[in-house]
Write a protein of this length. Structure first.
Length: 221
């Protein structure tokens, strides 16, 4: 997967970032820097705007909310860019695999247009599946996969899009304890290996401990 990424990576830097709903400030001003390969955890009460903050970073903030502040990714200010130009990957609680597509077709959806030709695209997909210990799964129906397998496919699809940063919106919360530990290690190892600055939103202190980075309590003020 590393070969799919650019040869350079930069930090994800938030400067004075705020999230508001109507006249009420939910988060901020928030200032933090996430280095390549570092995983920073955001914790806070439900409804405090953590997921909305991730939406602001990747360009999908619900119009009911207002976001402000500067977001830098490497040397680029990305908060004014369209979502597809930001190159920020995100994983959610649900894997969001397309049920009508095979595993390979789900993964192909994440491949950039620069990977041209069916053989080249199939080779990239097969290599990713081998790396995830899912060799031979290309033609499988997502409905036949376990929860852990689906979570790994979701991460592979995100990584194949060659993001420069990774956002994690409680992606482990629906997994049982055994799968949670395994999938969490898989995600974190790939984030570090690909030098992706990563932000993790979670309610689980064990997630924060496994991430091994700084922990921020977010909310008003």
């Amino acid at each position: 997967m590393s070969a799919a990424l650019e040869s350079y990576q930069g930090s994800l830097v938030l400067r004075g970032v705020e999230i508001s709903l109507a006249e009420r400030r939910l988060i901020g001003p928030l200032n933090l820097s996430v280095a390549p390969g570092e995983i920073v955890t955001l914790m806070g009460p439900s409804g405090c705007g953590k997921s909305s903050l991730l939406g602001y970073l990747c360009g999908t903030l619900d119009p009911a909310f207002r976001g402000a502040g500067q977001v830098m990714l490497g040397a680029d200010e990305i908060s004014t860019l369209l979502p597809e130009r930001r190159r920020v990957g995100i994983l959610f609680q649900d894997d969001l695999l397309f049920p009508h597509l095979s595993v390979a077709d789900n993964l192909a959806f994440g491949l950039p247009a620069s990977v041209r030709g069916r053989p080249a695209r199939r080779a990239r997909i097969e290599a990713a599946l081998i790396e995830a210990d899912l060799e031979g799964f290309a033609d499988r129906d997502p409905a036949t996969l376990s929860g852990g397998q689906r979570a790994r496919i979701a991460l592979l699809r995100t990584l194949l899009s060659a993001p420069r940063a990774l956002l994690l919106d409680e992606p482990f919360s629906k997994l049982d304890a055994r799968l949670r530990d395994r999938v969490r290690r898989f995600v974190f190892e790939h984030a570090r290996r690909n030098a992706l600055p990563s932000l993790l939103v979670t309610h689980d202190p064990a997630d924060a401990q496994a991430a091994g980075g700084k922990v921020f309590e977010v909310g008003p003020g």
